[in-house]
Design a protein around this ligand. Structure first.
Ligand code: MN
Length: 221
């Protein structure tokens, strides 16, 4: 992604009601138009003060901020992470996607988790284990696929190429699923965009590993 300051709240890649009945229209409106927009507005507000940072992409900002301390850097890493994580989440879902991955990703899931059901079980366990707000991720790392959880708006930077993420902040499911996170996870499987996950996996494998700069694509440096 080559977008730079000022960041814009680009539209969802599908209508707000497209993920019904699994994820409700009102949640999608609030989640995209208010929660994500707040991270974008906050990020732009901070970057306004720092012209030298206005040329950096989202991934570059997250990487730069992760190595620095101070109030504004903390705000940058939190808000840039909020934008990155939400965009990754929204673009990783689609209406009427296929029910299971195919090709190299399907094979890697079998190698790593025994079966697709085995993977679903472990992923759900990880998502349920997040205490408070955060995300569960499927990441393609140096030693194959792995599950990662992140708190708040932290990203899985450094763990590898992210393939899937699930937002488990209560705002992502409370209106429809109340406090039943497990029901939300169960519904989410119906709207996972496996084609998108396969593309990320294939791109990640095509990239040489071990390089020192990898700020392109979806991989975080
Ligand atoms: Mn969210």
């Amino acid at each position: 992604m080559t977008e730079r300051y000022p960041f814009e709240n680009t539209p969802l890649p599908y209508p707000y009601d497209a993920l019904e009945p699994y994820i409700d229209e009102k949640t999608m409106h609030l989640h995209h138009d208010r929660h994500l927009k707040a991270y974008i507005d906050n990020l732009n507000g901070i970057l306004k003060k720092y012209p030298q940072l206005q040329t950096l992409t989202l991934e570059q900002l997250i990487s730069a901020a992760g190595q620095r301390t101070g109030k504004d850097w903390t705000a940058i890493v939190r808000n840039a992470g909020g934008v990155y994580n939400h965009r990754f989440f929204f673009s990783g879902m689609c209406p009427e996607g296929k029910k299971a991955p195919e090709g190299a990703l399907a094979a890697a899931i079998e190698r790593g988790f025994g079966s697709l059901d085995g993977f679903r079980e472990k992923f759900a366990e990880a998502a349920l284990s997040v205490f408070g707000s955060g995300y569960a991720w499927l990441v393609s790392g140096r030693r194959g696929l792995c599950l990662v959880t992140t708190a708040n708006q932290e990203t899985p930077a450094g763990a590898g190429t992210p393939l899937l993420n699930l937002d488990v902040w209560e705002h992502a499911y409370y209106l429809k699923h109340y406090n039943k996170r497990a029901d939300y996870i169960g519904d989410w499987w119906n709207v996972v965009d496996w084609d998108a996950a396969e593309r990320k996996y294939d791109r990640g494998r095509a990239r040489p590993r071990g390089g020192s700069s990898s700020s392109h694509g979806s991989r975080l440096p």
